[in-house]
Design a protein around this ligand. Structure first.
Ligand SMILES: CCNc1nc2cc3[nH]c(NC)nc3cc2c(=O)[nH]1
Ligand SMILES: [Zn+2]
Length: 373
């Protein structure tokens, strides 16, 4: 019985942009989509109710973090992540691969798996494809990600060549380890910034066959134009009838550029992390709430925004809260930034539907530049 089904509704006539949706047992997700990041089972400072009000359709959980704390066995005891965090819409969990390589003190990487020390208490942990699938099964996410090796940027081509073989072998083992029919599994294409290796990795991962395909190894420090070029190149080797997920991306500009190059799914900590640092996204570019300019301003963050924050509070008040270190500042800023991202992808979906995506993208990018900053 197939539960996860992606439906491609319309392809843009002027680019590789497209609109569609996929079904999970926790509901439908429209694409292109932006997924708020809820690393340890919470999208920082906002409640599930507020996430729904903002229009979030799916959120992310991190396997590495949840395995370390509270433990995926504890989450399973509460009936899985949906019940534990009281979020009844879709959840995507990553496989732990990225955090292990980026957060922890890597001990040992072999064909069997990776051994690392917890960044919390130094405990030695072993993560294999089978273990990652076991953890994600305990969490009960709607979409699981395979365990892969995300190579750093820059990275020697000879190392990347060997790494994509490991990533393909681990992807196969993840698929073999999957038990629950209702959990989808996405493969991850690697290959660094080398187009010939990207083509090989894409063909290997598509050959194994997954419910969706992620572009890994990007947004790891490379220049934007390299990320766009590798994205443009790689999506041509991915099946049109499956979602494409560009991990860790990105700025509003990145999302517009990568939707144009055939990407359907995005996740990024930018809206939530920047909010907590007082950096707000507006139709005219970025706004630093702590600036002196806003001290006496009775304007909302963004005159075109209809989020709770923009409908109820002035820049002057938000600046005051932020300067005073009030927790409410973090919450109101996060509500606005998430609403900005989720509204952006909603407008993108409409523009593709109405056949004016290229024009919409050009106008949006122009407006983002007005504010400067
Ligand atoms: C599912 C875990 N694997 C996995 N996660 C990732 C998360 C990323 N996040 C960013 N920029 C913020 N690049 C990423 C690449 C990968 C990647 O290549 N692999
Ligand atoms: Zn707003």
């Amino acid at each position: 019985m197939v539960v996860f089904k992606f439906v491609l509704e319309k392809k843009d006539s002027e680019s590789k942009a497209r609109i569609g949706y996929f079904e999970t047992i926790h509901g439908r997700v429209e694409t292109p989509i932006f997924m708020p990041v809820g690393t340890v089972g919470s999208v920082k400072t906002v409640t599930p109710h507020e996430l729904k009000e903002i229009g979030a359709q799916i959120i992310l959980g991190n396997t590495y973090h949840l395995h370390l704390r509270p433990g995926d066995d504890i989450v399973n005891h509460f009936g899985g992540l949906h019940k534990f965090i009281n979020w009844d819409k879709p959840i995507l969990t990553d496989s732990g691969g990225f955090q292990v390589f980026s957060l922890s003190e890597l001990k040992d990487l072999t064909e069997d798996g990776v051994t690392f020390r917890s960044h919390l208490d130094g405990r030695k942990i072993f993560l294999s494809p089978e273990k990652s699938i076991e953890i994600q099964s305990n969490l009960g996410s709607d979409i699981m990600m395979v365990l892969d090796e995300c190579v750093p940027y820059p990275c020697e081509k000879s190392y990347v060549e060997r790494s994509i073989e490991l990533t393909a072998m681990w992807a196969k083992r993840c698929k073999e380890a999957k038990r629950n029919f209702w959990q989808a599994l996405f493969g991850i294409v690697q290959g660094g910034v080398y187009k010939d290796l990207r083509k090989i990795s894409a063909e290997q991962i598509v050959e194994i066959g997954f419910d969706g395909y992620a572009l890994g190894g990007l947004s790891v420090g490379e220049e934007n134009n390299i990320m766009y070029e590798i994205t443009e190149f790689t999506t041509d080797y991915l099946p049109e009838d499956r979602p494409r997920y560009l991990m860790g991306v990105g700025t509003p500009e990145d999302i517009l550029e990568c939707v144009e190059r055939g990407v359907d799914m995005f996740d990024c900590v930018m809206p939530t992390r920047n909010a907590r640092n007082g950096l707000l996204f507006t139709s005219y570019g970025k706004l630093h709430i702590k600036r002196q300019d806003w001290k006496m301003s009775d304007d909302p963050i963004d005159p075109h925004c209809d989020c709770y924050t923009c409908k109820n509070f002035s820049r002057g008040y938000l600046r005051h809260l932020y300067k005073a270190g009030e927790i409410l500042a973090l919450r109101l800023n996060t509500i606005h930034n998430l609403h900005f991202y989720i509204s952006l992808v909603k407008e993108i979906r409409n523009a593709i539907k109405n056949g004016c995506f290229k024009k919409f993208k050009r106008e949006k990018l122009e407006m983002f530049k007005i504010g400067g900053d």
